[in-house]
Ligand binder design. Structure first.
Ligand code: A3D
Length: 310
């Protein structure tokens, strides 16, 4: 029997998620949106079914506004919520998206209590925390997608500037999904060569700044809404590692219980994702400077999480 993937939110990211999940034949797909947008969700599902003969994939897609239709889902990816508009911070979305996540958590808890849940809605670190608290799901079942995207951006900017293949860049980004995130140049390599040996300090500083501001750079260009291709592929990478038990090590927002000195918060850390969900958090020995940057981002995340009052 095919796996079942429930996409909660059928907007910009949701529709790309549906396309990628279908093309990768990860399973059958349900796109759930609000009742007013049930027909567009059905239309997107049908459009993707009609693309299948060219895409050469076998997947059933359906659109709905009823949580009954996500029953028994193996994976739930939540993008339900408002995106940023130009001039907004992610934190500006807290009140409106907390309401939405509260409704989503209720539906997922009732109909897909065993699903591996990937939260994408912003402000990410607070929304994944809220979803975890509201569902009461175990921590291995709930992660946030942010580090996967921040790391992809980090790698993309390095490859662009150095004129190397992006597939040869390896590295990670820690911390909250905001301008204080912590890319780790010291541990980044390009085809096995340390980044610090082939890029100047000025270049590295530029990569760090651009990565931290990458979401805002796109929001400014769009004028309306935020990035959707790269967030979708990042979340699908996480879902795929779970569904295929690939054991990929991906930076995810995960519940830390002492790792990196963080207790009870979701923070971006390197995670192993396999058939059991979040299987392991890897702790890296950080330098004093990296540690102090991490503490700064943790402080920001803590403040936003406190605002959820959960
Ligand atoms: P958008 O295109 O507006 O899609 C969101 C969809 O959610 C819309 O179709 C809404 O109708 C739907 N929705 C709203 N309320 C509900 C509900 N209660 N139940 C089900 N569906 C609902 O936004 P988008 O897809 O561009 O972005 C979705 C979210 O992802 C936003 O909060 C963004 O800020 C966030 N985002 C996060 C990242 C990260 O890296 C963490 C990156 C980009 C976007």
């Amino acid at each position: 029997m095919r796996k079942k993937i429930a996409l909660i939110g059928g907007g910009q990211i949701g529709q790309i998620l549906a396309m990628l999940a279908a093309q990768k034949e990860l399973g059958d797909i349900v796109i759930l949106d609000i009742p007013e947008l049930e027909n567009p969700a059905k239309g997107k599902a049908l459009d993707l079914m009609e693309m299948a003969p060219h895409g050469n994939y076998d997947a059933n897609l359906a659109g709905t506004s009823s949580y009954k239709d996500i029953e028994g889902a193996d994976v739930v990816i939540v993008t339900a919520g408002k995106p940023r508009q130009a001039g907004m911070t992610r934190e500006d979305l807290l009140a409106v998206n907390l309401q939405i996540i509260t409704a989503v958590a209720q539906g997922v808890k009732q109909y897909a209590p065993k699903a591996f849940c990937i939260i994408v809605t912003n402000p990410l670190d607070a929304m994944v925390y809220a979803f975890y608290k509201l569902t009461g799901f175990p921590k291995h079942q709930v992660v946030g997608m942010a580090g996967a995207l921040d790391t992809a951006r980090w790698k993309a900017f390095i490859a662009l500037e150095l004129g190397v293949s992006v597939t040869d860049v390896a590295g990670t980004v820690l911390g909250g999904h905001g301008p204080d995130m912590v890319p780790l140049p010291r541990l980044t390599t390009v085809g096995g060569v340390p980044l610090t040996e082939i890029a100047s300090k000025e270049q590295i500083d530029k990569f760090v700044t651009r990565t931290r501001e990458a979401g805002t750079e796109i929001v400014k260009l769009f004028g309306k809404g935020s990035a959707f291709f790269s967030p979708a592929w990042s979340a699908i990478t996480m879902a795929e590692s779970f569904l295929k038990d690939k054991h990929r090590i991906i930076a995810c927002a995960a519940l830390c219980e002492g790792e990196y000195g963080v207790k009870g918060l979701f923070i971006g850390v390197p995670c192993r994702i396999g058939a059991k969900g979040l299987e392991k958090i890897y702790e890296i020995k950080l330098t004093a400077e990296e540690s102090s940057m991490l503490q700064k981002t943790v402080g920001v995340v803590q403040k936003t999480i406190e605002e959820t009052k959960l």
